[in-house]
Design a binder for this molecule. Structure first.
Ligand code: PLP
Length: 206
């Protein structure tokens, strides 16, 4: 028996690995393209990164850090955002997470409950749907238009905003389409979010 919360939860890119393993056992040759795993396919982590990690461990630097993340790193992220994107923030506005997945977990935990809605792209990276449901929210898919190079359909986003919408999630470069959204469309989504006072969650680099 599992909780109500977990009953509807699935995670396509992981679930398919189980089926692939079964096929492999029958002797079929299977290429697992469900997860981008560069190290497995000969794109090794650059030596200086592995070395820095090992050196830090030997120097006893592998202890718990501030809850918000290593202060020097937060400072650097802040400097980067200020100089590259002219964003007016301080290191206190920055939280370092163990990757995007953990960041999304925190954000959606804080935004969703009681069947509130989040606008996510369709097709979509599966974790957006999984976590939204996990936190008792409803992921509402807005259309990525195949005929328009898979760009987000701005009118569709507008149509799907309701008084339950708690966030608009954008993902560029996009998984699974690979498309980097056109700046004009991103600006339109930002304007729309401003008009309705809805936060944007950006997974990617816009
Ligand atoms: C769009 C997108 N978001 C998030 C992730 C997961 O990111 P992380 O490994 O940093 O948790 C992936 C991984 O493929 C992804 O494609």
């Amino acid at each position: 028996m599992v909780t109500e919360r977990l009953k509807d939860i699935s995670y396509a890119i992981r679930d398919i690995a189980v089926i692939a393993d079964e096929l492999k056992k029958t002797g079929k040759e299977v290429y697992n393209l469900n997860i981008g795993d560069p190290v497995k396919y000969d794109f090794l982590t650059p030596q200086y990164i592995s070395q820095a990690l090992a050196d830090a461990t030997f120097a006893g630097q592998n202890f718990y850090v501030d809850s918000l993340g290593v202060p020097e790193l937060r400072e650097e992220v802040c400097n980067y955002e200020q100089s590259k994107n002219s964003i007016d923030i301080t290191p206190n506005d920055i939280l370092i997470t163990s990757g995007v997945t953990e960041g999304l977990f925190f954000l959606l935990a804080g935004l969703l409950e009681n069947k509130n809605e989040i606008l996510v792209p369709g097709p979509s990276y599966p974790i957006y749907i999984t976590y939204s449901k996990f936190f008792d929210g409803i992921p509402v898919e807005y259309e990525l238009d195949e005929k328009n190079n898979w760009e987000p359909d701005i009118d569709d986003i507008r149509k799907k905003i309701s008084n339950k919408t708690k966030a608009i999630l954008i993902n560029s470069p996009n998984n699974p389409t690979g498309v980097l959204y056109n700046l004009k469309n991103i600006k339109q989504i930002i304007d729309l979010a401003g008009e309705y006072n809805i936060p944007i969650i950006s997974d990617g680099n816009i």
